[in-house]
Ligand binder design. Structure first.
Ligand SMILES: *Cc1c(COP(=O)(O)O)cnc(C)c1O
Length: 733
């Protein structure tokens, strides 16, 4: 298709600049820019608005524009306009810290696949000037959170949109907030656009990030605008959700976006449904005073509005379902809005709260869970809506998460040609299973990625040792204290990776439940093991933070009881860059949530895409990605699930049972790893991951399944291409 447009050395940088009434943008040509804009603003409304509280798409793990310029050695320009863009691209910040974890990274990966597949989608989210926190870890204090300082103004690929009516001033949207007396205050937002440019530089998804931290806004609005998932008070939390939900229609209007389908990535933005219902009442029913609307009129308006909404629910964990006390909500919303909530956001557990998950479940055309097991659990949690809840299993963006070394390997085998635009092509790795050259190169690529990971870890440990002498921080690694300056961790040692948010149900400390048993496995067979752990706990999550502290406390005991064979290392400040190093460089990816609370999980898919076997509880995606031992190992409880299994309380977390099951499986894993120098059993598992799991657990396939729900019309050639991705799997089987 368009893939070769820019493949010549004569790429004219001017072909990467586009101008519109909203500003000047770098990364795609004017033609492409106009094409995207035309689709999003067309009168046929044949496009989708994707709504998410967070988007994780750090430029340091995926940046096709930068890669292309590096390839062509065009890292500077004489033209002053281009110079500005290119300087930013090569010297600006490499992170956009507006994500907290899996939900945001999934959103970013999804949008990247929409861009690769040229689907007319625009995303709306918020811009957080204080980001999500940055994590320092101290061995005595545990996690310390700090505000991230970043400047959107300096960040490449991010643009403050201009007001077409008033050139030279930023575009502003306004949304009303109310107090308990229904007095209106207006809050304004600037609109930033991140361009998610695809890998062939011939399409992009605009991500519109609303920035409410303007000086003129009332203080409560500014307070709620700064930090993602600020939960200092429920009013701040409710205000933050409301900024997203009520911002959507005004930003669409200001930019002329006509999309007929709105996709709620989690219920955070569901207040948009209230606005659509209000518009419907004012429009078709000619109510100017909404408080006059009857219950029947509201319910019928809700049914109409539901036709344009698609809803993805991401967790069975109750804390993930927003509920706000009615009196709190009265402090920011209008009473007519509360009337709608009374009818549609009923909370079965408390008559004093509105339940926004109920609202999202109620007002949509179709809802989906994020794995098959999660679908079954969601059916039990929401029996009234079971009929419309299907499964669309999550995926990850293969071009973001497959390491450079693995990508180079794939490029070198003609059987896998086209894998960049079609992840299904990697199915053909099964034909290379007995190909010596492929096996050797795969092992080499793996070793190369392990070396990269270990050079990062070893220099981090060195830095921690220096920190210890020069600051008040006690380094987060016992290992930093006990070794001399020249000792380094060895990448040839069997390495287990574990990295994700620290929530209690994810049980980061599970496998250390019995340190004696764990150490005996290593000592009895002389099998060294390195455990590399990383992850943040939400600053208000005290139990989550105490699990981090526990992990740090186990380090010394593990080291001494195993005579130095077992080392547990903690890597602070988990982000996409660290994730990418880890999911390609370890030998097994550990996942041990309490079943069935991990609705999907995606970090294990990132490992699988690099051929790394998972060592996991049968939960979330692994129920689908585990193929009778071919792709990795399973352990722990896998029986039936009832209401009680949804509890997160400590006594229900099955530590003893599931850790015992882990100690049973671990010796088999270690034996396979250490038994031969060719790592033949591991290479077998790697190849089965590439051939069985890449074609399924990627966001191209996932996007294709979402498209079937969106009901938008694509040109026939594009539609048939998406059909080939959808045919790779049927999540809802
Ligand atoms: C992939 C990813 C996650 C999600 O991991 P889970 O296994 O789904 O918990 C969280 N944070 C970062 C930085 C990631 O890259």
């Amino acid at each position: 298709m368009h893939a070769s447009n820019y493949n010549n050395k004569n790429l004219n940088l001017h072909n990467l600049v586009a101008t519109s009434k909203f500003g000047t943008f770098f990364g795609v040509s004017q033609k492409i820019f106009d094409e995207v804009w035309q689709k999003l603003t067309a009168s046929d409304a044949n496009s989708v608005v994707y709504i998410s509280m967070e988007i994780g798409a750090d430029p340091d793990v995926f940046h096709p524009v930068k890669d292309k310029l590096m390839d062509l050695e065009k890292t500077d320009s004489m033209d002053s306009r281009l110079k500005k863009f290119i300087k930013k691209l090569f010297h600006g910040p490499e992170k956009i810290p507006c994500y907290g974890g899996g939900l945001g990274v999934l959103a970013g990966d999804t949008l990247k696949s929409f861009a690769d597949c040229r689907i007319p989608v625009v995303a709306v989210s918020l811009l957080y000037r204080d980001g999500y926190f940055s994590q320092i870890v101290d061995s005595k204090l545990g996690q310390i959170s700090q505000i991230v300082e970043w400047l959107p103004e300096d960040t490449p690929g991010l643009y403050l949109l201009q007001d077409p009516e008033n050139p030279g001033t930023p575009l502003q949207i306004q949304i009303p907030f109310f107090n308990e007396y229904d007095q209106e205050t207006m809050a304004s937002a600037h609109v930033w656009m991140k361009m998610e440019v695809n890998h062939t530089l011939d399409y992009f998804i605009p991500e519109l990030l609303l920035d409410f931290s303007l000086d003129d806004n009332p203080a409560p609005i500014r307070d709620a605008a700064g930090r993602l998932y600020n939960s200092e008070s429920s009013i701040i939390k409710a205000t933050q959700r409301r900024m997203l939900g009520t911002g959507i229609l005004p930003v669409m209007q200001a930019m002329g976006i006509t999309s007929s389908t709105l996709h709620l990535n989690e219920q955070h933005g569901v207040v948009v449904a209230l606005q659509l219902i209000a518009e419907e009442l004012m429009g078709s029913l000619k109510h100017t005073d909404l408080s006059q609307a009857t219950d029947e009129q509201i319910l019928s308006a809700a049914d109409k509005v539901a036709k344009s909404l698609v809803y993805t629910i991401h967790t069975p964990v109750k804390a993930g379902h927003d509920r706000f006390n009615k009196s709190v909500y009265a402090g920011i919303s209008h009473k007519s809005c509360r009337h709608i909530l009374e009818l549609l956001a009923h909370d079965t557990e408390s008559p004093h709260s509105y339940n926004f998950t109920t609202l999202a479940m109620r007002v949509n055309r179709t809802a989906n869970s994020v794995s098959r097991l999660h679908r079954d659990v969601t059916h039990k949690q929401f029996p009234d809506f079971a009929e419309k809840i299907t499964a669309i299993t999550n995926g990850v963006h293969h071009l973001t998460w497959i390491s450079d070394a693995r990508a180079e390997l794939f490029d070198n085998f003609p059987e896998l040609a086209d894998w960049r635009s079609n992840p299904g092509a990697l199915r053909n790795t099964v034909a290379l299973k007995d190909n010596k050259r492929f096996r050797t190169y795969l092992l080499r690529a793996w070793e190369e990625d392990s070396s990269l990971l270990y050079s990062f870890v070893n220099s981090m440990l060195l830095q921690h040792r220096n920190q210890m002498t020069s600051t008040w921080i006690d380094p987060p690694n016992h290992y930093s204290n006990i070794i001399d300056i020249d000792t380094k961790l060895d990448p040839a040692v069997f390495t287990v990776g574990f990295a994700r948010r620290f929530s209690t149900y994810k049980r980061a400390d599970l496998i250390f439940d019995n340190v004696d048993t764990l150490c005996a496995i290593a000592v009895d067979n002389n099998w060294p093991i390195n455990f590399l752990f990383s992850g943040k706990a939400h600053p208000a999550d005290e139990p989550g933070k105490s699990v981090i502290k526990l992990i740090l406390d186990y380090q010394h005991e593990l080291h001494t009881k195993s005579n130095g064979l077992v080392n547990l290392i903690f890597i602070p400040n988990y982000d996409m860059k660290i994730a990418k190093l880890m999911v390609a460089g370890v030998h097994a990816w550990l996942n041990n949530p309490k079943r069935p609370l991990e609705a999907s999980g995606t970090s294990g898919m990132k490992a699988a895409l690099n051929g790394i076997p998972n060592l996991s509880i049968m939960d979330g995606w692994w129920v689908e990605g585990y193929h009778d031992g071919l792709t990795g190992w399973k352990f722990g409880y896998e029986g039936p699930i009832d209401e009680a299994d949804l509890s997160e309380s400590p006594e229900t977390l099955l530590y003893t049972e599931d850790s015992a099951s882990f100690y049973e499986i671990l010796p088999k894993v270690l034996e396979e790893f250490y038994e031969d120098a060719d790592k033949s059993k591991f290479i077998d598992k790697a190849i089965m991951n590439l051939s069985l799991n890449i074609p399924i657990f990627n966001t191209h396939r996932m996007a294709a399944e979402y498209l079937q729900k969106y009901k938008i019309n694509l040109p026939p050639s594009l539609q048939s291409r998406m059909d080939t991705f959808a045919e790779l799997y049927n999540s809802n089987e």
